[in-house]
Ligand binder design. Sequence first.
Ligand code: ADP
Ligand code: ADP
Length: 227
Amino acid sequence: MDVIKMNNIVKEYRIGEIRLNALKNIDLTIENGEFVSIMGPSGSGKSTLLNVIGCLDKCTEGSYILDGNSVEKLSDNKLSEIRNRFLGFVFQNFSLLPKLNSIKNVEIPLVYRGVNGKMRKEMAEEALIKVGLKDRMKHLPMQLSGGQQQRVAIARAIVGNPSVLLADEPTGALDTSTSKNIMELFLKLNEETELTIVQVTHEESIAEYGKRIIRLVDGEINRIDIN
Ligand code: ADP
Ligand code: ADP
């Protein structure tokens, strides 16, 4: 099944009189269970594309179907519902809440879904075990290494069983060997739980963990490589 289906996506930014097409006629289909990397130089449209895929921003033209939902015309409220139900996000700088321990950070998306406290705790613990942090459940972010903080963020992203995990430069703040560990975790989650992963990176060695590499140049798909 196609979890992401984009046809003829255009994203135009206007700054006063100036118009800039950050995305031009993007056609992109991603199947359930794929692991895809989006690569490209700075300014090529990677963040813009990830923002549109992640329903953080709307496209100017084109159609976008996310897990059977036509999202291009939805209101902002509906979009945040869709984000919460279907997507998990991982960022370069982890974006954990500093005063909450690992379990409480991972519970956040479930709070928005109205899951009760006992169930939240169980689900958060299960997600933390999946990312290898069984013995770091009660730690605060500042008591964890960068790699461990990113694992907490990954647990938070997967705790609600999203259709797609979206990662924006997930290893951008990590050293080489920690980056490799995070990519191995992505591979494991992708293989064992058939989680669909879409990551943006500007590093070739990180992109290569994906089964498909979509190369953007100047807002267009320039090439797709299959590993
Ligand atoms: P990348 O993530 O590959 O560096 P971006 O998606 O951030 O590329 O940007 C693509 C193009 O769109 C760039 O020319 C950038 O300057 C422009 N752009 C991005 N966001 C905005 C915005 N909010 N307003 C105006 N122009 C933007
Ligand atoms: P990165 O490529 O490191 O992810 P971006 O280039 O996407 O960072 O920039 C980060 C933020 O700045 C985004 O929210 C993007 O929309 C905004 N942005 C990028 N380029 C411009 C621009 N030319 N004008 C206004 N906002 C911009």
